[in-house]
Design a binder for this molecule. Structure first.
Ligand SMILES: Nc1ncnc2c1ncn2[C@@H]1O[C@H](COP(=O)(O)OP(=O)(O)OP(=O)(O)O)[C@@H](O)[C@H]1O
Ligand SMILES: [Mg+2]
Length: 432
């Protein structure tokens, strides 16, 4: 009997694992969390100093967030969106509580517990898998950067205990999920909007493709762009939060000139994968110096607290909450409160859509490229399957409604379609 097949979706924000036994439907692994069992394992790590010892303790997934929220001092370190570093030559390692962690160690420490939990859930080894990859990694500026990202991801997966991995494009995973239950062949566009990347595949799927074997001609194209949910969050930070923390404020330089507070500080704040690395002695010193000369020192005080007390995750939570609320409502209040620190502001959906106009046009540009590259127009596409957490953003959905018409859109399994489909792909490769 062929082995069970596993699919791993290591996401920027959420990860998931699914198993397919021959002839059966995918089964997602469900992990324990404060809110009950969930198929999505948050892609975060939390480091704190082990009591009574010099070693840092590291926790992954739901327990990482619980560890961070339970710690009163917030003197540990919560790291997220690690996937977005894979193609960056500039980031290779970081020091956490005196130990050097390479990116491959960090991702290994995240995926390792996920893999082991899946083993205990399924009651069997999980050491071979089809693993998703974005069409283009965040910040990959060419083929060399993509190769670097894949090499690092492979090393990370080996560190996590996987022995054999096969990569597949994430939207192809989503296509296999979508294909189940189709009664007729279709030419589909998959659009997967995640935390780090937006990925597209154009392909023919359906019973005849699933049964007669896949042919190269049934894949019409892939494309992607490193713009998704994290970039939407960044727009909220840039437009709503940073001005309340001194962005655009003035300080008096040592030569008596009036200068703006350096904007790179705020661009770090806009990127979840950078925010927990702001807290260095050099940055803290700079912030204290700026504060002394600032025209509105209370704004800098708030920024200093955010960095010094490692409140990046609270900033993330408040930002993400506001963004999600704007998927449902026309307006909301952004609110971050922590022991006397208070950042608050109203935002309407229309304002938010203005803030992400650049991101939306990058996404639409990618859509134009994939259709153009395949020599197709909207009319040639039977259905569009929208998936990934950021497909809930109404402005993202609207692009597809406008271009394809609402009746051709399908949605669903936003956070799990990729993992389920990768497991189906793994089963197909195993049976082949
Ligand atoms: N209701 C919602 N409205 C807006 N955004 C949402 C909503 N729900 C989830 N998101 C966003 O979806 C993103 C996470 O989606 P998903 O889990 O598909 O990403 P991922 O697979 O981890 O990332 P990637 O595929 O880029 O590696 C986050 O940015 C999250 O804020
Ligand atoms: Mg994803």
């Amino acid at each position: 009997m062929p082995d069970p097949a596993f699919g791993l979706d290591f996401g920027t924000t959420n990860s998931a694992i699914a198993r397919v036994r021959p002839g059966e439907a995918p089964e997602l692994a469900h992990f324990g969390s404060d809110q009950g069992p969930t198929a999505t394992f948050r892609s975060v790590l939390y480091f704190d100093e082990e009591e009574g010892g010099p070693e840092a303790r590291v926790r992954a997934g739901p327990t990482a967030i619980e560890g961070y929220l339970d710690s009163e001092e917030k003197d540990g370190r919560l790291v997220q969106s690690l996937k977005s570093f894979l193609a960056s030559r500039l980031f290779s390692a970081t020091n956490v509580f005196g130990r050097t962690w390479r990116l491959e160690d960090l991702i290994g420490a995240l995926v390792g517990p996920l893999r082991r939990e899946a083993e205990s859930i399924y009651g069997e080894p999980v050491v071979r898998a089809v693993v998703g990859r974005p069409v283009h990694f965040v910040n990959a500026d060419g083929p060399e950067a993509e190769t670097l990202a894949i090499a690092r991801l492979t090393a990370s997966l080996h560190n996590a205990g996987f022995r054999e991995v096969t990569f597949e494009y994430e939207p192809v995973g989503a296509a296999y999920h979508y294909e189940r239950g189709l009664e007729r062949d279709e030419l589909i566009l998959i659009a997967d909007f995640g935390g780090g990347t937006s990925d597209f595949s154009l392909l023919r799927v359906g019973p005849s493709h699933a049964e007669a074997g896949r042919r190269a001609e049934s894949i019409l194209g892939h494309d992607g762009v490193g713009v998704a949910g994290d970039a939407f969050d960044g727009a909220i930070v840039r437009n709503l939060v940073s001005p309340r923390l001194g962005l655009g404020a003035q300080f008096v330089s040592q030569f008596g000139r009036t200068l703006p507070v350096p904007s790179w500080l705020y661009s770090h704040l806009e990127r979840w994968h950078h925010v927990s690395f702001l807290k260095s002695r050099k940055t803290m010193q700079l912030l204290l110096d700026l504060r002394r000369e600032a025209e509105e020192p209370e704004k800098l005080d708030a920024l200093i607290r955010l960095v010094e007390e490692d409140l990046g995750f609270l900033l993330y939570r408040a930002t993400e909450r506001a963004k999600r609320e704007l998927s449902e409502a026309e307006a909301t209040t952004f609110r971050l409160e922590h022991e006397g620190l208070r950042i608050e502001g109203e935002v309407t959906r229309a304002e938010f859509e203005g803030w992400i106009a650049g991101e939306l046009s990058a996404i639409e540009g990618c859509l134009d490229r994939i259709l153009g590259g395949a020599g197709l127009s909207e009319r040639d596409v039977d259905r569009v399957f929208l998936t990934g957490g950021s497909s809930f953003v109404p402005a993202v959905r609207r692009i597809f409604e406008r271009r394809f018409g609402a009746e051709r859109l399908r949605t669903g399994a936003e956070l799990t379609s990729v993992a389920s489909g990768l497991a189906l792909r793994a089963a197909e490769l195993g049976a082949g």
